[in-house]
Write a protein that binds this ligand. Structure first.
Ligand code: ATP
Ligand code: MG
Length: 219
C-alpha cells in the first residue's frame, strides 16, 4: 500500500486541492483510497461532508501526531492508496507523515515566494531521510498554473530541474472546477459544470496517472 503525503509549509499552496484531485481521480480509476485529514482546519473533512464520496474512498478525520503512524500502518497491506493532507506548517505531525511516505508531493505556485517557502518541504524530506537512513521519493507539482506560462514560471521550473527535483507533468492548471470542489464536494465526475469540465478532468486524470506511475515504478 503506497502512502502519498502532500506537504508544503506554504499556506494556500493547493495541498488540499491536490490531495482531493489525486484521491478522487485514483478512486475513479478503480483504486481504493483512504484520505487522512491531518489539518486542524479540516479542509478534507469539510469537502467530504458536502457531497457524495466516490465509492472506493474513505476520509478519516482527527489524525494527530499521536495516531498518524498507527493509522497509516493499519491501512498497510490493504491494497489501497493512502493520501495524507497536512496543515501548511512544519510540525512533528508533518515529520511523522513524511517518515511514512512512499512519495511526498509538494504543490507549489510558480512564484518566487511560493517556490522559496515550498522548497522548505524539500529540506524536511531530506531531514527525514537522514533520520531514517532511507530515501523518500519526492516530487513537486505546480498548481494554479495559467494557460500561458510566465517567464517566472519557466525560470522556477528550470531552477528546480537543475537541482534534480522531480517535476510532475502536467501541472495542475488554475480551473474553476478545481476551486469548486470545496463548494460542491464530490469529484469532477459528478459536479455541476464549472468552466471546461473536459479539460479539468483530463488535467486531473493525467496528473493522477503520473503520480500512480511514480508509485508503481522503481526509481
Ligand atoms: N488548481 C487550482 N485552480 C483553482 N483554484 C485552486 C487550485 N488549487 C487551489 N485552488 C484554490 O486555492 C485556495 C487554496 O487551496 P488549498 O486549500 O487547496 O491550499 P492548501 O495548501 O491546502 O491551503 P492550507 O495551507 O490552508 O491548507 C482554495 O480556495 C482553492 O480552491
Ligand atoms: Mg489545506
Amino acid at each position: 500500500m503506497p502512502t502519498v503525503v502532500v506537504a508544503s509549509p506554504k499556506g494556500g499552496a493547493g495541498k488540499s486541492t491536490t490531495a482531493i484531485l489525486l484521491g478522487t481521480e485514483l478512486a475513479h480509476a478503480g483504486i481504493d483510497v483512504t484520505m487522512l485529514d491531518c489539518d486542524p482546519n479540516k479542509s478534507l473533512t469539510l469537502w467530504a461532508s458536502r457531497g457524495t464520496l466516490p465509492g472506493r474512498m474513505e476520509v478519516l478525520s482527527d489524525i494527530t501526531e499521536s495516531n498518524i503512524v498507527k493509522t497509516i500502518k493499519a491501512k498497510d497491506g490493504d491494497g489501497q492508496v493512502v493520501i495524507v493532507d497536512l496543515e501548511g506548517i512544519a510540525s512533528r505531525l508533518v515529520s511523522r507523515a513524511i517518515s511514512q511516505a512512499d512519495l511526498v508531493i509538494t504543490p507549489m505556485r510558480a512564484t518566487t515566494l511560493d517556490a522559496t517557502i515550498g522548497s522548505r518541504a524539500i529540506d524536511l524530506v531530506a531531514e527525514e531521510e537522514e533520520a531514517l537512513d532511507r530515501t523518500i521519493r519526492h516530487a513537486v507539482v505546480f498548481t494554479m498554473t495559467k494557460a500561458i506560462l510566465s517567464k517566472q514560471h519557466k525560470g522556477i521550473a528550470a531552477s528546480l530541474r537543475e537541482q534534480g527535483i522531480d517535476l510532475i507533468d502536467p501541472p495542475l492548471m488554475e480551473r474553476a472546477a478545481f476551486s469548486a470542489l470545496f463548494a460542491f464536494g464530490g469529484d469532477l465526475h459528478d459536479m455541476p459544470p464549472q468552466g471546461n469540465m473536459d479539460r479539468a478532468r483530463e488535467n486531473a486524470g493525467a496528473f493522477a496517472q503520473q503520480v500512480f506511475k511514480r508509485l508503481t515504478e522503481e526509481e
